[in-house]
Design a protein around this ligand. Structure first.
Ligand code: UDP
Ligand code: MG
Length: 183
C-alpha cells in the first residue's frame, strides 16, 4: 500500500489537477476523470443509452458529454501509436463513419475502473460482463474507447473537450458511493 500511495502521489504531480484530484488530504484516494468515446459501432447500433447506463449504474459520474464528427487530423493524434499500422486507414474510416459521443467520466480511480469495464480490445476475446464482451464481435468495431492511463486521460480529455465543457460538480450520492475512509 505504501508503494502504491507513493506511486499515486508521483503520478498525481505529473497530471493536471482537474483530471486527478486528491479527495481528502487524510485519505489517499483520487477522484479521476477519464475519456470515453462511444464509437460509430455504438452509435449506429443504437447502444448509446445502454452503455451510458452501465457507467451510471456503476456509480461513475458523467462530467461531460457531446456528439462530434471526427476527422482524420484528430484521429491521427488520438491513434498516433497506430498510424503506421496497416489497419489504420480502415480504423480511421470506421471512426468517421458516423458521429461519435465523447464522454468525460469521473470517479475514484475512474481510469482503471472504466478500462476494466471496457474489456480486451478484441470483442471476441473480451470477458462476458465487460462492454466489449457483451456487445462486440470485432477487433475494430468494438463499441468504446477508454483512456488507458491517468497521463493519457489528461492528454485525451484536452483533445476532445474544452475545460469549460467538463463539469466538476459533487455527486449527491457521493457519501453512499464511497466510505469516508476509502482507500
Ligand atoms: N484496432 C484495430 N485492429 C487491431 C488493433 C486495434 O482495428 O489489430 C483498433 C480498435 O478499434 C482499437 C483501436 O484500434 O480499439 C485502438 O487500439 P488499441 O490497441 O489502443 O486498443 P484499445 O486501447 O482500444 O483496447
Ligand atoms: Mg488504446
Amino acid at each position: 500500500m505504501a508503494v502504491r500511495n507513493f506511486l499515486s502521489t508521483f503520478a498525481a504531480k505529473s497530471c493536471s489537477m482537474y483530471t486527478r484530484k486528491l479527495v481528502n488530504e487524510q485519505i489517499s484516494y483520487y477522484m479521476e476523470t477519464t475519456l470515453v468515446l462511444l464509437k460509430p459501432s455504438c452509435v449506429q447500433r443504437q447502444l448509446i443509452g445502454e452503455i451510458v447506463h452501465r457507467f451510471e449504474r456503476r456509480g461513475l459520474r458523467i462530467a461531460g458529454m457531446k456528439m462530434m464528427q471526427l476527422d482524420e487530423a484528430i484521429l491521427r493524434d488520438h491513434y498516433a501509436h497506430l498510424v503506421d499500422r496497416p489497419f489504420f486507414p480502415a480504423l480511421a474510416a470506421s471512426m468517421m463513419a458516423s458521429p461519435i459521443v465523447a464522454m468525460a467520466i469521473s470517479g475514484v480511480e475512474a481510469v482503471q475502473v472504466v478500462r476494466a469495464m471496457t474489456g480486451f480490445t478484441n470483442g471476441r476475446a473480451a470477458d462476458p460482463g465487460t462492454i466489449r464482451g457483451d456487445y462486440a464481435m470485432s477487433n475494430q468495431q468494438n463499441i468504446v474507447h477508454a483512456s488507458d492511463s491517468v497521463e493519457n486521460a489528461a492528454i485525451e480529455l484536452a483533445r476532445f473537450f474544452r475545460p469549460e465543457e467538463i463539469f466538476d460538480y459533487r455527486s449527491g450520492v457521493q457519501d453512499y458511493l464511497y466510505a469516508p475512509n476509502e482507500c
